[in-house]
Write a protein that binds this ligand. Structure first.
Ligand code: BMA
Length: 331
């Protein structure tokens, strides 16, 4: 197994002292687990779209266990107020649930990536909205793909996204999943896919990796978090299920500004690992950190929003230059 000493949150990270910033108690409709949110600055305020699993308790489903996507807004990115109702993205017999939403503002419009469980596979979706009331679905991937995130601007005249397909059959029947990149002329048709980062290249993952929050542009490159999973078969009950053997940490890397399929720097150590009670010892799945939002403020402060223990939404901050430094220090 891995050296446990590796699993420490980087010193450049400051967790918000009043974490969590959003949890089920803040939601004015049925809510149990409020987590894995996407965040953007849009139309003069901060907007958060979050995943809400409800009708579920530590002893199992209370009714029809389900998932909705909720919205919250904020003036400062710290204090959040949930809207009265969740949004409905997809309806139809084939669709089971949409979850893990991510937000990217491109050319003044707000794009929402989401994971979609269907009766015939896991698909990634892209929708666009201008008001968080009306949504147009632009694209659904082939199965199996999820954790998609859009870049906030075109690169060489093309829209760019990071993908995380699930090639189970060709990777030995186990989770050995990597980060890919695809391109599009119009956000509807995607292709030109290239491999960006493999699970073997991440010293703190032995299971799978995937994109986390959408990348932000810096003078040194596209700065982006990713999630990294290690699994230890000796782990037992860590949360509500009888067995939970995974740990989710966050990593950080820099992609080339002109060719974002190229990793130009990556921290060999995790950026954020589960340590606080609300990340490591409480809730549905202990030991899960899953970033979904990253805002670069004009001051150089980076706000990182992350789901903790698949149960609550939290925030941490860091200085952008420190994050870039982590990515470049081992070159
Ligand atoms: C992944 C997704 C995420 C979740 C994570 C940890 O496969 O389902 O939504 O946060 O597992 O349970």
């Amino acid at each position: 197994m891995f050296d446990e000493a590796l699993y420490k949150t980087s010193q450049v990270i400051h967790r918000y002292e009043k974490n969590p910033i959003l949890s089920a108690a803040d939601i004015p409709y049925s809510a149990t687990l409020v987590f894995n949110a996407g965040v953007a600055k849009f139309a003069g305020r901060y907007v958060m779209v979050f995943r809400n699993d409800y009708n579920y308790t530590p002893t199992g489903p209370t009714d029809f266990e389900s998932t909705s996507i909720g919205i919250a807004t904020s003036e400062d990115g710290i204090a959040w107020k949930a809207e009265p109702k969740p949004i409905f993205l997809m309806e139809g017999k084939e669709f089971l649930r949409a979850y893990d939403p991510r937000l990217t503002v491109i050319e003044g419009r707000c794009y929402l990536c989401f994971a979609l469980d269907t009766r015939h596979g896991l698909r990634g979706g892209i929708a666009v909205t201008d008001d968080f009331v009306h949504y147009e679905i632009l694209h659904l991937t082939l199965p199996d793909n999820r954790n998609m995130v859009l870049f906030p601007e075109k690169v060489n005249s093309e829209y760019i996204r990071l993908d995380r397909p699930f090639p189970v059959y060709s990777r030995g029947g186990i989770d050995r999943f990597d980060i890919w990149l695809s391109k599009s002329p119009d956000l509807r048709y995607w292709g030109g896919s290239e491999l960006v980062l493999t699970v073997e290249e991440v010293p703190f993952a032995n299971d799978k990796i995937g994109p986390a929050a959408p990348p932000v542009k810096t003078g040194s490159g596209w700065l982006t978090t990713f999630h990294a999973v290690d699994i230890d078969r000796t782990r037992g009950k860590n949360g509500w299920d009888a067995v939970w053997q995974k740990r989710y940490c966050a990593g950080i890397m820099l992609l080339d500004l002109e060719d974002p399929s190229k990793v130009i720097g990556i921290s060999r150590l995790p950026l954020l690992t589960p340590e606080e009670k609300y990340e490591a010892a409480e809730g549905f799945n202990h030991n899960v950190i899953f970033p979904g939002g990253m805002i670069l403020e004009d001051t150089g402060e980076v706000k990182i929003y992350y789901g903790a223990a698949d149960t609550v939404e939290c925030m941490a901050t860091a200085d952008v230059d420190d994050l870039i430094g982590l990515c470049l220090e081992n070159r």
